[in-house]
Design a protein around this ligand. Structure first.
Ligand SMILES: Cc1cc2nc3c(=O)[nH]c(=O)nc-3n(C[C@H](O)[C@H](O)[C@H](O)COP(=O)(O)O)c2cc1C
Length: 192
């Protein structure tokens, strides 16, 4: 059996639901370390086709209101409670990092590879935060597909929100989550 602390961490790490997070989030110095790790992801052509927007303090409430206003128009449930919980969604964690995939026109590198690189940024933010003992969760939800939300994060037409990474302190340990059996998802060799 291989013994390695990084591997052990990767084999046991879990996300904590945003609703089970509280203050404090990472300090400015620790956040910088997390951001540094997350911007070191594989990136075909060194295009850095992503942007990270750190939302703390009032920015979370401001974005929540913009999101709730944008979603209210299409919502089936137009109750005051539904609006309020939509507006408060980013307040669940002290720190939320929006990751934008910002694909660039390139003669050889497909757009899909740039989106995948943004996904790698999300995953690295998640694992870096979790490795330090923080609670973290990768969320999208309807809000990630609202152009008003993309715009106020500084995104442009053609950009996409790859995820919102919520980071805080866990209020409770997460239970284990079922994982696929290796044999169901891994194939050695070519298809028969
Ligand atoms: C791109 C992406 C978007 C997600 N969006 C949501 C979401 O909106 N709501 C949700 O409950 N879980 C969402 N999840 C799932 C959770 O973040 C996470 O996968 C789940 O809690 C298990 O995480 P773990 O394997 O790190 O323990 C999303 C996952 C990914 C990869």
């Amino acid at each position: 059996m291989v013994e390695n602390s990084t591997l052990e961490f990767l084999k046991t790490r879990r996300s904590v639901l945003a609703r089970n997070m509280e203050e404090p989030g990472p300090s400015a110095d620790v956040l910088r370390e997390i951001l540094t790790a997350a911007t070191r992801v594989p990136d075909h052509g060194k295009l850095a086709p992503w942007r990270l927007v750190v939302l703390q303090e009032e920015a979370r409430a401001t974005l929540g209101k913009i999101a709730a206003d944008a979603l209210a128009g299409q919502a089936v449930d137009k109750s005051v409670d539904a609006y309020a919980s939509s507006a408060a969604q980013f307040l669940r964690a002290p720190c939320v990092i929006a990751v934008l995939a910002c694909p660039k026109a390139h003669p050889k590198i497909p757009r899909s590879e740039m989106i995948l690189s943004a996904g790698a940024v999300c995953m690295t933010l998640l694992t870096a935060a979790q490795s330090l003992g923080f609670a973290a969760q990768w969320l999208t939800g309807d809000v990630a597909y609202e152009s008003a939300v993309l715009q106020c994060l500084g995104g442009h037409a053609g950009d996409e929100i790859a995820g919102f990474i919520y980071i805080g302190t866990p209020t409770q340990a997460p239970s284990e989550r079922a994982r696929p059996a290796l044999d169901d998802v891994v194939q050695f060799g070519l298809a028969p």
